[in-house]
Write a protein that binds this ligand. Structure first.
Ligand code: SF4
Length: 407
């Protein structure tokens, strides 16, 4: 299997082609992939929904490239398409601004560019129609930003575009791996993975798979056990594990079966750090002491996974919250962040580990929550707190451990 097939979409670097209608985005997409992935036509607005394909790109590794609808689309449907394009744009790592080299910049393009520059996006200009005479005003407008002249018909400029994208690698913010900074070569780690009704048939879940792979990449030894067998195997070990990582739902049993001085955390906390903002979640946990009655709490899951009767997000966490934090709260559930007006209604959000979404998407979500003064926690931290295992589960993260203990 290639690394492309092994790498979930959420872990791939995201590149988005955007621009006005008929700027040559879809043509460029097809030329990059050397096959027809987007429909090309002379009629403006042929690309309706974003089209995404993946490829390997040198040191950038597996990348996903998305062709979006023109940002000057018209009508009610056009407005919807623009919303989808803007959504992709706001969570991408690199944006490729596709614009005609033979025309001066249009007002919509100037406005668009201003918005992107404001968001500090890493941007590359693909100046299409470069087989025509080049417009000086366009070149001056692009200024010192990385730019590549593209002739889609003659298929020229494509290698240069890929080289330019690769050259931007040091400007990108990379998502850390699950155990980054926590283990060293030859460390021994125990992973506790309950195989219960909630576990998918015949496989492990993504956070477990990614953690195993990361530990192997770091030349660590791994013991993978269910929570029932943990004590037996732990007691027969000759070397002390550097770390025990458990599923959040087995926290209390695992903590009871290993010595108090054994470093312990959960997959969900690793992913809170990897995808989100662990310090922000720790601040949120400290607010659990003062949740006002009649406040609203939003459970934010990032995908619609198959739900069991005692589902963690919709059943277990709301039940524990009402028993241990505040009985008079109203729970709501969503997969996407609501609009600003609705968001302001919530005191707190409880976020899943976000294993299926990119760090950028989670970052955008958390920024919106912070801007609207909504506190946030995540499943793993909440379950550790419920089981009396905070701050212990934060010991591997000195900054957040200190933050939790600070008044
Ligand atoms: S709900 Fe969240 S943690 Fe669960 S599988 Fe989906 S993205 Fe991952």
């Amino acid at each position: 299997m290639s690394s492309l097939q092994n790498t979930p979409l959420s872990e791939q670097l995201r590149i988005v082609l955007f621009g006005l209608r008929n700027s040559g985005k879809s043509y460029l997409m097809n030329n990059i992939f050397e096959k027809e992935v987007s429909i090309v036509s002379d009629n403006a607005g042929t690309t309706t929904d974003p089209v995404t394909r993946s490829m390997e790109m040198g040191i950038l590794g597996p990348v996903s490239i998305t062709d979006t609808a023109g940002l000057d689309d018209i009508g009610e449907l056009g407005a919807l398409r623009i919303r989808k394009s803007v959504d992709r744009l706001s969570v991408c790592d690199i944006s490729i601004f596709v614009t005609r080299a033979d025309l001066p910049p249009k007002e919509e393009e100037k406005k668009l560019f201003y918005e992107i520059a404001e968001k500090n996006k890493v941007v590359v200009f693909a100046l299409t129609f470069a087989d025509n005479s080049i417009n000086e005003e366009k070149i001056n407008w692009v200024g010192n930003y990385p730019k590549v002249l593209i002739d889609n018909v003659g298929k020229k400029g494509l290698d240069e575009l890929k080289k330019t994208l690769i050259s931007l690698s040091d400007k990108l913010e990379y998502e850390i791996t699950p155990v980054e900074g926590l283990v060293s070569e030859n460390d021994f780690v125990i992973l506790v993975t309950p195989i219960d009704l909630a576990a998918p048939k015949g496989r492990l879940i993504l956070p477990q798979v990614e953690t195993i792979r990361d530990l192997l990449d770091r030349d660590c030894g791994i013991l993978i056990v269910k929570e029932r067998e943990l004590k037996y195997f732990y007691d027969s070990l000759k070397i002390k594990p550097k770390l025990v990582i458990t599923d959040s739902q087995a926290f209390s049993k695992v903590a009871a079966d290993i010595p108090d001085d054994q470093m312990l955390t959960s997959f969900s906390i690793l992913f809170a750090r990897k995808k989100g903002d662990l310090s922000y979640f720790v601040e949120g946990i400290k607010k659990l002491k003062s949740v006002p009655p009649d406040s609203k709490v939003l459970v934010l899951e990032s995908c619609s996974h198959h739900k069991q009767a005692d589902d963690i997000g919709t059943v277990k966490i709301p039940r524990l919250f009402k028993q241990l934090v505040q009985s008079k709260v109203e729970f709501e559930f969503a997969h996407n962040i609501p609009d600003e007006k609705k968001l302001k209604e919530y005191f707190l959000t409880i976020n899943c580990a976000g294993c299926m979404v990119s760090k950028n998407r989670m970052k955008r979500r958390l920024e919106a929550l912070k801007e609207n003064n909504v506190y946030s926690i995540n499943y793993g931290l909440f379950l550790a707190w419920v089981n009396g295992l905070l701050p212990r589960a934060l010991e591997p993260f000195p900054l957040e451990y200190e933050l939790y203990n600070r008044d």
